[in-house]
Design a protein around this ligand. Structure first.
Ligand SMILES: Cc1cc2nc3c(=O)[nH]c(=O)nc-3n(C[C@H](O)[C@H](O)[C@H](O)COP(=O)(O)O)c2cc1C
Length: 363
């Protein structure tokens, strides 16, 4: 059995990633903010719901496909934007992009990629969105958006839960720094380089360039730079979601940044229910945070997400086997989802409706 053939679950991929990555890198990917309560709750929240399966439904064929912002995808499991893929494996963001395309899904590419956004765009013909942090230097922000549009990214994902960087104690203890030879490839002209630069300070330096003064009023201005759909990522409240749509966004991604920003914020799955109620059918609702099993995907869709995104599972796959490892993880999750659909009496994603889940009595 090859190493990847032994990966039967996301947990297996994480175990291998932990074994092969330097401690500093593994801790960077794994950790959350402060006491990591939200990181844990993201996962626990899925246990608070049960799948109230239906029987005697024709599930001989299941269809996991979805259409999102006009894009036909074979899977409702998208790749969340995460930083520094080349620290996990030399295949880096380009490898992830190829795997996402092969899995028939969409990749959201981080501003903090270690590969230029144009190169990631060229690595596969699969659909991609670009994740943006608004920088104080608005000219720089504009240039990034224009580059993303020119490179063929289909939508902008504005991350709004990181006006400042959450405190990750593991990184502080490890003195985390991007390993030599790796760079934040989209930000080259904005960050200091050279042998004298303290590399452990770079993440803070970049975060300090984020504009902590942006408000809902800025969403329109952002839209006017590039004619592409805009999603707001990092929303946990119904009223914020409604305001984002009122301010011109096409949808929201319910997320707490994988528990890496405000510790003590609600689990994503719990927040999803409120956001779904506030948004109704006015806009697209996606969610991420804590998805580790196909049954988690089923629950999130039943509770109102059109699709989900996965962050760490993709990183674990990448570390375990590069492009092939990412493909393995995406295919595993989709296979688990398909099985869960079959056993729950759902032939298509449209059948995954609210009545399919209920609060676990013992939760
Ligand atoms: C290592 C790591 C880096 C991340 N980098 C970014 C980023 O650059 N931009 C962003 O919007 N979100 C970032 N996120 C948050 C993810 O997009 C996503 O919200 C989160 O990983 C989902 O939780 P999960 O890891 O449990 O799937 C990052 C998450 C992790 C774990």
């Amino acid at each position: 059995m090859t190493r990847l053939e032994r990966v039967l679950t996301v947990r297996d991929a994480e175990r291998i990633a932990r074994a092969v990555l330097p401690k500093q890198a593994y801790d960077y990917y794994r950790s959350g903010a402060d006491a990591e309560r939200t990181l844990r709750e993201n996962i626990r929240a899925f246990r608070r719901w049960e799948i109230d399966y239906r029987v005697l439904v024709d599930v001989a064929h299941r269809d996991t496909s979805v259409t999102i912002l006009g894009e036909s995808l074979a899977s409702p499991i998208l790749v969340a934007p995460t930083a520094y893929h080349r620290m996990a494996h030399p295949d880096g963001e380009a490898g992830t992009a190829r795997a996402a395309a092969k899995a028939g899904t969409l990749m959201v590419v981080s501003t903090l990629a270690t590969t230029k956004l144009e190169e990631v765009a060229a690595a596969s013909s699969g659909p991609k969105w670009f994740q943006l942090y608004v920088h104080k230097d608005r000219g720089f922000t504009r240039a990034l958006v224009e580059r993303a549009h020119a490179a063929g990214y289909k939508a902008l994902v504005l991350t709004v839960d990181a006006p400042f960087l959450g405190r990750r104690l593991a990184d502080e203890r490890n003195g985390f720094a991007l390993p030599p030879g790796l760079v934040m490839a989209n930000l080259l002209e904005a960050i200091p380089s050279g042998p004298d630069v303290d590399r452990s300070m770079l993440a803070r330096y970049v975060a300090a360039r984020h504009d902590a003064s942006i408000t809902f009023r800025d969403l329109d201005a952002l839209r006017s730079i590039a004619p592409m759909p805009l999603l707001v990522k990092g929303v946990v409240r119904g009223d914020d979601a409604a305001r984002a749509l009122d301010s011109g966004a096409d949808g929201v991604i319910v997320s707490n940044h994988g528990g890496r920003q405000l510790d003590g914020s609600p689990a994503s799955l719990d927040a999803l229910v409120r956001v779904r109620d506030a948004v109704g059918d006015r806009g697209l609702v996606l969610m991420d945070g804590g998805i580790r099993w196909g049954t988690d995907v089923l629950k999130a869709i039943a509770l109102g997400a059109r699709a989900v995104l996965v962050g760490r599972p993709v990183i674990w796959g990448l570390a375990a086997g590069g492009e092939a490892g990412v493909l393995r993880v995406l295919e595993l999750l989709r296979g688990e989802l398909s099985t869960a659909m079959a056993l729950a009496g759902c032939a298509s994603i449209a059948d995954v409706t609210e009545g399919l889940v209920r609060r676990a009595p013992r939760a």
